[in-house]
Each structure stands twice: as structure tokens, then as C-alpha cells.
Design a protein around this ligand. Sequence first.
Ligand code: HDE
Length: 725
Amino acid sequence: MPKGKNNAPQAGGGHDKPAPRQETGKTADLQADTNAPLETLTNNQGVLVSDDQNSEKAGVRGASLLEDFMLREKITHFDQERIPERVVHARGAAAHGVFEAYEDLSDLTMAAPFAAKGKQTPVFVRFSTVAGSRGSADTPRDVRGFAVKFYSDRGVWDLVGNNMPVFFINDAIKFPDLIHAVKPEPHIEIPQAASAHDTFWDFASLTPEVSHMLMWAMSDRAFPRSFATMEGFGVHTWRLVNAKGEARFVKFHWKPVKGMQSLVWDEAQKIAGKDADFNRRDMAEAIDRGDFLEWELGIQVVEEKDEFAFDFDLLDPTKLLPEELVPIRLIGKMTLNRNPDNFFAETEQVAYCVSHIIPGIDFTNDPLLQGRLFSYLDTQLRRVGPNFAELPINRPTCPVSNNQRDGFARHTINPGRVSYFPNTLGGGCPMHRPEAVDAFRSYAEKIDGAKIRARSKSFTDFFSQATLFWNSMAPWEKDHIVDAFSFELNNCETKAVRQAVIGNLLVNITPELAARVAANTGLDVAECKRVAPKPLAVETVAPKTMPSGRRKVDASPALSMDKPVAGIKGRRVAILAGDGVDGKALAALQAALEAEGAIGEVIAPKAGTIADDAGKPVAVTRPAPNAPSVIYDAVAVPGGASVATLAKLGLALAFLAEAFKHGKPIVLLDAAAALIGAAHLPVPKAGDANQGVTACADARAAMAALTAGLEQHRFRNRDVDAVMA
Ligand code: HDE
């Protein structure tokens, strides 16, 4: 389809000159692309528009005329420009890309994307928050959706996952309650995109299976620095099936090539106001720069005979399979390299369905997955319509041929009179293919059970993996989890709800967490146990036979984010400057950052240019009021006469103090070292562990300090209690 440039009117064009028209007229042309932009405006019926600025009136000061079909068509179409917002995951951003297989996996699965080493499959990936509306911000404390549509040559496969490997509940029937509890409270529609309110914690305190997922949601995983620096998970245990019909259990993992980075809570909250589009902007700009987003796809494979080899139930989506027990095998790489052309047509109308699988992939009896299987199709039929699969973003890249017909907004013009099977009038076509090896067949799992509304006892271990998560955290991560629970509970008005969370959940996860949160929320742990309402009974049936000596771990280092990241590509450094700045150092630093794929932005009191110490103009990237510290990864301040100006500028000092508080690397050249005092930052004492505040003499040393600091990402041990930010 022709793009962009065709929209530009040519000189002398517009209404004066007859417009170039697309000549159609033959039946075959009805199928042609009629959306190609023309130079001249038409209505939806292709009629040239003479004036799109004035509606038709009875005299220039008279009433508008009902017969103005141009006005009515334009306005009535506008009235219907929205489709229903997604009930959950309403706010999202997406990109196109490609998945490339590292190896031929046909011994494990027939799934087309893994059929050969180097095989490429196009993908469209949408990232989302869960609770907020479409117009909410990118950075609230929330789970992130990670939905991948593989346009394989054997059909569309949707892997609709999250950035956390487990889920709040382990039976689909509880999902509407979970979402009603976390969404804004219905009588006042408050709070937007936040779990920190009574109804969520009331529900959580009475649903102990949420414990493990709560630990993830209260960790810094809940506000990634960038989509490119978060992990993704298929969450459920799925099945891989090979051409011989042999099946194995599988867990899917997306491992970010850039490593994991998150924001800190104070920063995430401020970004929600300063740049609500922080994550989606970051992704769109990175792709435009050629700094593509990359993940490796990993699988954990479990043989059928080992279904009961672990100390948890593989079908329970509140449990993860520790990497230390079953290592992750990396099987391919996904690269997101193209921004959508149109948000609505692609990101909004994309319709992921958990039930979209292809030969080689199959479901398990995870009761959450089973519920999702009908929910997504039902959602897309209502949200996008019965012909959602025909839209360009949802269409398979392989041919589609069946006898489904009609419905709202049908695009395909199906010729002929045969729309049924079996038939002779259409030559028997399209025919189903019992003999085809690559046709979809469900894995013939043996099922033998009584109809029962109950849950296996193996699903009632609510706390052990929440404890595992806690045990796997670095000290600063534990601090952040304590702070998060404390913040959330302190936002709850009902004391009994706060007590129930501590008494029913936290004491069972770890007494340390319960004690620390109780101290921060003014509660007494012993009292919490007594006052909390009794959790709802969980129905159980006799446990499945699980052999003794099942495999387990007490801590899983893979769960911690306390790891350095590789490289500084895409990181954004604020260079604070003003008139008289050391121009050479500034230019050298900016060039060095650019050479590494990072971005050095010059921030000055006003937009336009500043004059450096040699009187040369230096372009200002953003003026200070438009450049909050929270959108940067690090700060550098070159020396020069500008330092004296910055030392008297509240915006600059607040910038430094906030960056300090959020643990970001700070690099001060020459005279700029004085800003530590001016911003009232604690001067690191001799012998203190590396605090990431570096005074240096030249751009080379500054670049080295910035690189080391950005690779560490954040300095968590700073003494920030007294910092005014
Ligand atoms: Fe979803 N979920 N979900 N979910 N979900 C939707 O589908 C639902 C669950 C996830 O970018 C909806 O198109 C039920 C788990 C993502 O378009 C809806 C249950 C996981 C997205 C729906 C779950 C997810 C959705 C809303 C419990 C992680 C966004 C609009 C049985 C593995 C996809 C829509 C996108 C979206 C239902 C639980 C991930 C209503 C009933 C577990 C990433 O159909």
C-alpha cells in the first residue's frame, strides 16, 4: 500500500485541479486496495469533495441542512470511531517483528515456527497494563501483558502471556471477581489503574492462592523501565506435540537480550504524570532509531512421566517451574523492528485468542487456561466483530478457505453457490484432510473423571512459592516489597482489610515480611491473626498420588533482578548545561554516548541554543520544564561557567536530588562537583561502597563512569532518607 508521501498535495493541486482518480470499473478491481491515499479528498462513496470546511446551510447564517450527506457521513462515522475498550489490558502498545528459530525442534514439536534452523516467522506483539483504562498511564504498579501473534505458515498462533510467570488465581471462575476487585471501585470509579484500594485487598486477603503472584506484583517487576527490559512468560503449562503424536509439557519464557531493568516506585508514580506514554514512546522511538527490541524464546520441557515429579502441581498457574530444577533451553530470537502505521487498525483491532494454536502446540488441563480458551474468542467476537479474523492485522499469512460466511462487516467476497460440506457442486472443496500429517489434531490425552465442582488438593499449597520468591530476593528487593505492601495497605481505609492481609497472607509467607509491613502500617501482627476473617474454604478432592522425594528448591537466583545489564544502548542521559558550559567536554560526551547507541540530551533553562565557553552555539534538546529527571537513566553535568547558574536554579538542583534518590548514576565534571553540596546531597564518605556519584576531570572519565553506572542500572545503597525530592 502506498504510504505517507502520497498524501502530500502537489503544487497547484487541491480543488483547483482535477484530481487523479483511480479508474476501476471491472469486477476484479473490487478486490483491489481502495485505501491508497489520493491527492484529493473524496467521501466514502468516492465522490470528490468540493469544500470540507463549510457545512451546507440555509443562507450563510442559517440552519444546517439535513440533506448535507457529506456532513452527515463525516459526523456519523466519527460518532462510531470507537470499539469497546478491552475489559482488561485496555492500555497497550505494539510492534511488528520477526521470530527466528535457532534450531530444528521437530523432535519435540510440529509447530511451524520451529521447523528449521534459521526459519523466520512474522510476529505482532502487544504489551499492556491490566487494570487501567485505555487513556491511563504506562507506569502504574501492575502486571504487563506480553501477547505475541505468530503469523506462521501453518496458521496463526497466539501466545498471550504476561511479564510475570504466575497468576493470581488458579480457576477461571474467579477471574471476574479478581478484576472487579482491582478495577476502580464502582460507586465512584476510583482509583484509576491502581491496586492500592480496599476492594482489591479485601478480595486478596480472602483468596490465599494470590500470595505468590502478589509477591511479583509488589516487586519492581510491576513497573519495567522499558518493554525491552522485561521478561515474558506463557504462564500456563502448555504441550508440545511432535509428528508422532508424542507430547511433552512445556513452559515458555521470553528473555530480554538487554537484560532486566525496572523503575523505582516513586519514579513510576511521577512518570505517570510527567510522561504517561513513557513505555510506548520508548518503544516507538527505539524502533525508529534502529535500536530494535529483542528477546530470546526459552522453553522448559518436562516429560509426561515426570508430571508429578515436583513439589507443586504443574497444572497450577500460581506456580512456576524453577529454572534451577528444569533449565531453560533457548530456541530462538524475536526482534521487534517496525512500528505500526495506524494505532487503531493494528494495536486496537488486534485480536489475540488463547485458543489460536497450530499443529504442534496443545493445551493442558490447567483450569485457568481452560477458562481462557472460550473467553478470548467470545471477547473478540463482541469487541471486534464476527469477521475479526479478516482484518489485515489478524489475517493469517497462509491461505484461508472454509464455509463460514456473512456477518457484520464481511470483507471477503466469496464467489459461487457452494458454502457447505460435503458437496459435489463445488468439486467437494474445501475438503477436510484426515490424511494430512500437518492438519491439527488434539493430543489424545486420556481423560477419566467424574463431573465434579472441586479442586485437586495439589492446588492448595498457597504459600511455598511466595516464600521461595521472598528467599530469592536481594536485600534491596526485599525492602521494595515491604515498602510496596505498606504503601498499598496504607491506602486501604478499612483496618480489618489491612489486618486480614497480614494475618491471612503475609504471616504465612514469612514472619519477617509480616512484621515489617505491620510496623509500617501501625498494626500488631498478633491482633491481625485474631481479627482477620476466615478465608473461604477451598473445596478439595483426594490428592493425586505424588511420589515422595519430589523435586524442590528453597531459593531461585533466577527470580532476582539484582543483576547488571550488558551495554548501554538506548539509555537516555541528561546533560545539564547553560551558557558558558565547557563545550568541548559536552560535545565529546554526547559523541561518546551516541557511539554506544545511547542518547545524550542537552537540558538547559530555555529552549533553543546556549553559548558554550568559546561562544559557540549548542543546541538544547529540551528546556528544563519539559525535561523531568524521571525520564532519564543518568545525569551528567559538564564544567564551565554554567555550573554557577545551575547551582542557583531550583529546577536543576531538584533534578539532581531526584536522580540521586532514584539511584541513578550521576557524573560531575570539574567545577560541577560543587553541585553535590548545592543540592544538599549526602557526600559519600571515604570507604563507602560505590555510590554512583562520580566527580571526574574529562569526558573520557565521565563516559567510563556513566557506562559502569548504567550497566549497574541503579545504586541501591545510597542514603536517601534526608534527600528532599
Ligand atoms: Fe486475559 N483477557 N484473561 N490473561 N489477557 C484479555 O481479551 C481472561 C489471563 C492477557 O494485548 C481479554 O482481547 C480470562 C492470564 C493479555 O490484546 C479477555 C482470564 C494471562 C491480554 C481476557 C484471563 C492473561 C489479555 C480482554 C482467566 C497471562 C491482552 C480483551 C481465565 C497468561 C491481549 C481481550 C492484548 C486480555 C480474559 C487471565 C493475559 C477479557 C477470562 C492468566 C496479555 O478476553
